[in-house]
Design a protein around this ligand. Structure first.
Ligand code: NAD
Length: 255
């Protein structure tokens, strides 16, 4: 039995990286999927790959930090696929600036995408889920939202910490309508995003740091995030809500 048979899921930022693996995993378990991203051609490619698994998939280009674009995305998704059962707020962008170097523009962009984007997408989908008395919302934060970051990216850590707290409030607001809201904090997964704004040397240093600090002493794989997310949006976890779970190989530098 497929674990998401008959369900429709929207995964933000799913053109590539962890979001893409989540979208593909959902399709592998029977879901129709909306692939959202700001990268139009990569999103279209992911949607095509999902269709090859035998499920419906549409790509919608929208910036999650733009209220109008988010509203249009939800309307278009529901018109084309009939309903939305699952929302994964995965879209994110890294901080990569120190306190003294950070411009207001960089602060705003990172907080807008990582924090406001979760609010806007959740607010836009909530009336539909409330009406149907069913919904699964899964927010992707970061272990840096739990333990902070060693040297920089206060915009990113603040936004990701906000996502963890927002998860709990939304879970309380929506729980009575049969809607579960949970959060997953990845750490140590090498994706295209890992290279964003980092030199190859810095990436190698980052990898070594992960291996040194993870109880499991290795990097993670996006499929290991996707399998936890799958559990949390499936009916197998129907009595789990308002939770935040790290999936990071057990990083003792955040414990
Ligand atoms: N890779 C890790 O180890 C790690 C660790 C902690 C948290 N995360 C989080 O996991 C999520 C996925 O990260 P990833 O490593 O796959 O990164 P990634 O950069 O490979 O993927 C992120 C995707 O989000 C999209 N995106 C960015 N801004 C957007 C916007 N405004 N609207 C819509 N889409 C947008 C990007 O185009 C990209 O396709 C992010 O929220 C990230 O912060 C990742």
């Amino acid at each position: 039995m497929e674990r998401l048979a008959g369900k429709v899921a929207l995964v933000t930022g799913s053109a590539r990286g962890i979001g893409k693996v989540i979208a593909m995993t959902f399709a592998g378990e029977g879901a129709d999927v909306v692939v959202n991203d700001i990268r139009a051609s990569e999103a279209e490619k992911t949607a095509q790959e999902i269709k090859q698994l035998g499920h419906k998939a549409i790509a919608i280009t929208a910036d999650v930090s733009n209220k109008e674009q988010v509203k249009n995305m939800m309307q278009s998704a529901m018109q084309q696929l009939g309903k939305l059962d699952i929302l994964v707020n995965n879209a994110g962008t890294p901080g990569r600036a120190t306190l003294l170097d950070m411009s207001e523009e960089v602060w705003d962009r990172v907080v807008d995408v990582n924090l406001k984007g979760v609010f806007l997408c959740t607010q836009a989908i909530a009336p539909h889920m409330i009406e149907r008395k069913y919904g699964k919302i899964l927010n992707i934060s970061s272990i840096e939202g739990m333990g902070g970051s060693a040297k920089s990216s206060s915009n990113y850590t603040a936004a990701k910490a906000g996502v963890i707290q927002m998860t709990k409030t939304h879970a309380r607001e929506l729980g009575a309508y049969g809607i579960n809201v949970n959060c997953v904090c990845p750490g140590g997964i090498i994706t295209e995003g890992t290279f964003n704004g980092r030199s190859p040397e810095a990436v190698e240093k980052h990898k070594a740091n992960v291996v040194e600090h993870a109880c499991l002493a290795r990097l993670g794989d996006a499929r290991e995030i996707a399998s936890l997310v799958l559990f949390l949006v499936s009916d197998e976890s129907s009595y789990v809500t308002a939770q935040n779970i790290a999936c990071d190989g057990g990083r003792f530098d955040r414990m």
